[in-house]
Design a protein around this ligand. Structure first.
Ligand SMILES: [Zn+2]
Length: 341
């Protein structure tokens, strides 16, 4: 099959469009003919290389996949069935998995990361439990743009932060995958959403997705603006994934009793914290990583009903994966960048 692989870590130029061996199906697995595969920041981290993480080479990235079943060892999943894939790979039989907390499985991994070749290819194989059937009206591009970021944002808002109707939420980086998903999920659940972005066009897009106010992080201080917009109160929930560059401002934006949830540290992993503020304002800091299969199925109901709509920034052919990576690395996008296979 054709695939995009890297044989060494480095810049976008290490991505090679080339022949790769077809995946060999094992019991309980399904082979999917990939039609669309969306990019995530994880694709860039693993391409550049991460400390203490060994990725077998050559490696096929790609965590967000939609396509058709090409071969199946499961009688319930017919060839030709239109599907999108759960990006979370777990063992299926440990106490975490059997308690419905598969993203806490000790063997949890993301499709396309480390040991599971991903969707930058004509074919990808997954366990049958990672398959989600697609209704006919949902196209492959939007389906590939949905799973990872909507799952992440759903787990952050609904499960970790326990978002309640009428609360104020600050979403950082509206144009990012997690940002556009979090704005929609929070708005859908009756929150008043404030979002940040760095261009006028992105600020407008944030409002059109449901943000009540959008803050220009280049010209305005996020925490000061939040205090002004909330009559000095602050927000109940901050959706953080930017890291060092925004951490202190995110903490300062919290109201008394506020919760900060973080799922990433794109600008660096070291933030400072005023412990006086932490206890005196009774703040809660929450880490969040992916989400459970059950949560993705729940979020998908709203997607299939048209109440959540992944924003597609641009579509590239698979062979141009390097150009797609360059666009994501330059933060030029609003929403998801998708490869068509
Ligand atoms: Zn497990």
């Amino acid at each position: 099959m054709k695939a995009v692989r890297f044989h060494q870590h480095g810049g976008p130029e290490v991505l090679r469009y080339e022949e790769a061996p077809d995946p060999r199906l094992e019991a309980g697995e399904v082979l999917v003919r990939v039609r669309s595969c969306a990019l995530n920041h994880l694709d860039i981290w693993e391409r550049r290389g991460l400390p203490n993480i060994t990725i077998p080479m050559p490696h096929i990235p790609g965590s967000d996949v939609a396509g058709e079943v090409a071969e199946s060892t499961d009688p319930g999943t017919a060839v030709g069935t239109r599907v999108m894939l759960q990006p979370g790979m777990s063992c299926g039989h440990c106490d975490a998995c059997l308690s419905g907390l598969d993203n806490e499985c000790p063997r949890y991994e993301v499709l396309g990361y480390q040991h599971h070749p991903g969707g930058y290819a004509e074919f990808v194989k997954v366990p049958v439990r990672n398959v989600i059937l697609l209704p006919d009206h949902v196209d492959f591009v939007r389906a590939a743009a949905f799973p990872l970021t909507f799952l992440t944002a759903w787990h952050m808002l609904m499960t970790r932060a326990q978002l309640r109707r009428g609360e104020d939420v600050l979403v950082l980086a509206a144009g990012s995958g997690v940002g556009q998903a979090a704005i929609q999920i929070a708005h859908l659940h009756g929150a008043r959403v404030f979002a940040t972005a760095g261009t006028d066009a992105k600020l407008d897009r944030a409002r059109s997705l449901g943000a009540f106010e959008a803050i220009d992080h280049r010209r305005q201080d996020i925490a000061q603006e939040i205090k002004r917009l909330t009559n000095r109160r602050g927000v109940d929930v901050v959706i953080e994934h930017v890291g060092e560059a925004t951490w202190a401002k995110s903490v300062r934006s919290l109201a008394r009793g506020g919760r900060l949830v973080t799922c990433g540290a794109t600008t660096g992993g070291h933030g400072t914290l005023d412990l006086h503020a932490l206890f005196a304002k009774q703040l809660t800091l929450l880490g969040s990583y992916m989400g459970t299969k059950g949560e993705l199925l729940r979020a998908a109901r709203f997607f299939f009903a048209g109440q959540l709509a992944p924003v597609v920034d641009r579509i590239f052919p698979l062979a141009d994966a390097a150009a797609a990576h360059e666009r994501l690395e330059a933060s030029e996008q609003f929403g998801k960048i998708v490869l068509e296979v």
